[in-house]
Design a protein around this ligand. Structure first.
Ligand SMILES: *Cc1c(COP(=O)(O)O)cnc(C)c1O
Length: 339
């Protein structure tokens, strides 16, 4: 049975055309800076997002870590959302490996860090305190795109206090689509931006960190320190370039299918539809039925993210078609019809 895997947009299989692009890739030793395909990917994303330089890395986690290490030094701190990936889901890397203190900030329901909370968290220059150096935002956050005027205000506030700005833009292209602007209109508010190729864009592996030449040079050094200098990585960069050529515009299909799924689930008694944003649908079901629901879905060949977040998350992507949405909605309807 074909499994409909809605746990995350990370689960996509490389398409046949993507594999062909990988097979054809020209490669070289990237530690020497000689992999033409890696260089093309880095230059392309940097140019598209309005920066001098880019750095191709294996994961979004490493990309964010390298950004934090490039912006901050030992004893510095970064302001970050309490529920942000960069704070909560990256093993505390900045603190563990960089002696950089996170200052988590309780987020508003739309994922933004309230400006007054940011202002209140910025520490005076005083030996008692860590040195506040950086504001780190995430976009999309749980599928939500941060409003553009919020980004403008956050940028102005950060600059007024001499802070750098980093964006965890794992799903930057989804955010840009939701805001109907080119991605650089979001990226322009930041000094560094991390973009995942392995989420909705459908590459098997990889993220790119973009920024000024100076910041990316620092990040490159830290990547080596973290054991992340790689060699003929052009095989992977070729998949990423293929994704940028062929899988950006189609993100609109993922958003439309998520909306379609939300619409179908809305009408089912027992399901509380919490929201649908870009390619994600969040629902609540009675806690005592979660395990049975999980088992029911697995039997129907459907995987959902159950138990990882407080709510149930369904994510659309490259490998989910209209039929997958229909089958999923039908399986939910059957389960809740059993009462
Ligand atoms: C997936 C993700 C990351 C990290 O990416 P990995 O490649 O899994 O390390 C960072 N931030 C956000 C918001 C993500 O969704």
């Amino acid at each position: 049975m074909h499994v409909i895997d809605l746990r995350s947009d990370t689960v996509t299989q490389p398409t046949r055309a993507m594999r062909a692009a990988m097979l054809e890739a020209r490669v070289g030793d990237d530690v020497y800076g000689e992999d033409p395909t890696v260089n093309a990917l880095q230059e392309r994303l940097a140019a598209e997002l309005g920066f001098d330089a880019g750095l191709f890395v294996p994961t979004g986690t490493q990309s964010n870590l390298l950004a934090l290490l490039a912006h901050c030094e030992r004893g510095d701190e970064y302001l970050v959302g309490m529920e942000a990936h960069t704070y909560k889901y990256e093993g505390g890397g900045a603190a563990v490996l960089g002696s950089i203190q996170p200052q988590p900030i309780v987020q508003a329901t739309d994922g933004s860090l309230p400006l007054d909370s940011i202002a209140a968290a910025i520490k005076p220059v005083d030996p008692h305190f860590a040195r506040t150096r950086l504001l780190a935002l995430e976009n999309t956050w749980h599928g939500r795109a941060l409003p553009l005027d919020y980004l403008r205000s956050a940028h102005a506030l950060a600059r007024a206090h001499g802070l750098g700005m980093h964006l965890d833009g794992a799903r930057l292209f989804n955010a840009a689509l939701a805001c109907q602007v080119p991605p650089r209109e979001i990226a322009r508010h930041f000094d560094t931006v991390s973009v995942c190729l392995s989420k909705g864009l459908g590459a098997p592996v990889g993220s790119v960190l973009v920024g000024s030449r100076a910041l990316i040079d620092k990040a490159r050094r830290w990547r080596k320190v973290c054991g992340g200098g790689w060699r003929q990585a052009g095989l992977l960069a070729a998949a990423a370039l293929h994704a940028l050529d062929h899988h950006v515009a189609r993100l609109a299909e993922d958003h439309a299918r998520a909306a379609m799924l939300a619409e179908r689930l809305r009408g089912i008694g027992g399901i509380d539809l919490l929201g649908q944003h870009t390619n994600m649908v969040f629902i609540d079901v009675p806690a005592e039925r979660l395990q049975a629901l999980d088992a029911h879905l697995r039997t129907a060949g459907i995987r959902a993210s159950i138990g990882y977040l407080p709510t149930l998350r369904l994510v659309t992507h490259l490998d989910i078609d209209d039929d997958g949405i229909e089958r999923t909605a039908a399986a939910f309807a059957r389960f809740f019809a059993r009462d």
